[in-house]
Design a protein around this ligand. Sequence first.
Ligand SMILES: [Cu+2]
Length: 137
Amino acid sequence: MNGSRTARAGLLLAVLAAVALPFASCGGGGGGGGVTNPPPPSGGGGGGGTANVIITIIAENGNMSFSPNPATVTRGQTVAWRNSAGTAHTATQNGGAFDTGNINGGAQSGALTMNTAGSFAYHCAIHPSMVGSVTVQ
Ligand SMILES: [Cu+2]
């Protein structure tokens, strides 16, 4: 695996060089959204990626809820929550197995990998009356 170690070190040097040399950023071309690290294989953290199942947070006539509810996924698949409402919400598993943290209006959570079969009830930490569940098959 020396080859990959060398490649990784080379990438790191390239990144450092790009940061250190202001004019080097011109070579990146197009700026923004170009080179990023590959997503981690298991959930946690960064948003922006895609997920196998997207649960939408909706607000209708003052009623805020999760859709679909319950959501069903296959073990090993990823789930993300997309907030279509105007205020921040979370999807926090009642037992703490997962927690998206605050998802601002219009934003999407990071993808969480569901590795354990079962039915997992969750709620919004900001609005405890908002509840939903994920069934992992
Ligand atoms: Cu909420």
